[in-house]
Design a protein around this ligand. Structure first.
Ligand SMILES: Cc1ncc(COP(=O)(O)O)c(C=O)c1O
Length: 399
């Protein structure tokens, strides 16, 4: 009899488009742990790329989805549902006086952000968006054009017009790039795919002041770094710099597809009836999951835990850097952690898997750790010890 994994691999090869190359088959998750088909357990410090921020199968999310699925799943936005404004209110009350548009993914939320900026700019003859080198905003054509990492655009030209890129963190370069056609500046407060690169507070303050002075919108992509990941609900709150609009997705549904475009109240009338839409955006089911996520983050002390465990893990990784010369630097903010290695970190991942841990890479040579916000100290200790073991093997393999 063919093994469960062999059968799954065969079906993938025959019927699924080969745009990914997954190696592990996961069948179950609970908290910070996932299991493969053989019963082997893995400490999950990838959280589905910053999606399962409450851990796998969090009871509040499971209950909310189960309950709502038996009442009303979908209506379309031609009808009201109770959960959509409930979630929009909860988000605003997390500290951003903004209105929300609901979508289903990060790319779709960012499409909304781009359309919002263009619509606002169209009244003043402005359409250009200045984005950042090494940024990542999604795989749709507009979000690819906004993405600074050009490798993702290869083969999909011609590029959509209206985007320029400047070096992230270089204020003078940004200032020089602004023209009378500039409508908006778009950035991730902490670049995720680019290698866990946090902006400095000073830089974001300068960018905010420049946008105010020039009458330009400031847009934050908080798809990866938002929803509590930095130890504040919104990423911008970690910097004290408020954008005019922001996008969220990934963790806001803790695995249930949900994206959000939020725009500050003075801009609430830019997108009006008929100017933007989504069939699935903001279903009663998705918003039930979103409400459970916001309540859990805000009421269960997860932001504080994120800050505490983030510092603890960072200190542990910095101690490893003394032991292992292949570690060049540890960059972190909250539980968004990047370990800069001296070479491509990709081959470290299977070694970690072998030892029972899941992690990610980012940028060129970065090991990326994104554990859930409710990760425990014991789990952080286990992670450090598994990373130490993996590095010993990796370093000797690479000699
Ligand atoms: C900062 C950022 N923006 C946008 C996206 C795209 O999100 P999605 O894959 O849900 O479309 C990602 C995905 O990794 C991201 O990290």
């Amino acid at each position: 009899m063919e093994s469960q994994k062999a059968q799954t691999v065969e079906k993938y090869q025959q019927y699924v488009m080969q745009t990914y190359a997954p190696k592990l088959l996961l069948v179950k998750g609970q908290g910070t742990w996932v299991w493969d088909e053989t019963g082997k357990k893995y400490l999950d410090f990838g959280a589905g790329i910053s999606v399962s921020n409450l851990g796998h199968c969090h009871p509040a999310v499971v209950d909310a989805i189960r309950r709502q699925a038996g009442i009303l799943i979908h209506t379309s936005n031609l009808f009201m549902n109770e959960n959509q404004p409930k979630l929009a209110e909860k988000l605003a009350k997390c500290g951003y006086d903004a209105v929300s548009f609901f979508a289903n993914s990060g790319a779709e939320a960012n499409e909304g952000l781009i359309k919002f900026a263009r619509k606002w700019g169209s009244e003043q003859g402005k359409s250009e968006i200045i984005a950042m080198e090494d940024s990542f905003h999604g795989r749709t054509l507009a979000t690819l054009a906004a993405t600074g990492r050009s490798k993702y655009r290869k083969g999909f030209g011609p590029d959509m017009q209206g985007f320029k890129h400047v070096k992230f963190g270089d204020f003078a370069a940004l200032e020089a790039a602004i023209t009378p056609q500039t409508a908006a500046v778009l950035l991730e407060p902490v670049q995720g795919e680019g290698g866990i690169i946090p902006a400095s507070k000073e830089y974001l303050e300068q960018v905010r002041a420049l946008c105010d002075e020039k009458g330009i919108l400031l847009l934050f992509d908080e798809v990866q770094c938002g929803t509590g990941r930095l130890g504040t609900f919104f990423a911008f709150q970690s910097y004290g710099v408020e954008p005019d609009a922001l996008s969220m997705a990934k963790a806001i549904g803790n695995g249930f597809p949900l994206g959000v475009l939020m725009v500050r109240r003075p801009y609430a009338q830019v997108l009006t009836v008929g100017t933007h839409a989504s069939t699935f955006g903001g279903t009663p089911l998705a918003c039930a999951a979103g409400c459970a996520v916001v309540d859990t983050i805000m009421n269960d002390g997860l932001l504080e835990n994120c800050r505490i465990q983030g510092e603890y893990l960072t200190a542990g990784l910095e101690a490893l850097a003394v032991e292992f010369p292949c570690i060049q630097k540890v960059r972190s903010k909250g539980l968004m952690i990047g370990v800069q290695m001296d070479r491509n970190a990709g081959s470290l991942l299977p070694i970690l898997n072998e030892l029972g841990m899941i992690a990610l890479t980012a940028g060129e040579n970065v090991l990326r750790l994104l554990p859930p916000l409710n990760v425990t100290r014991d789990e952080c200790d286990t992670a450090i010890s598994l990373i130490r073991k993996a590095l010993s093997k990796w370093q000797s393999d690479n000699l």
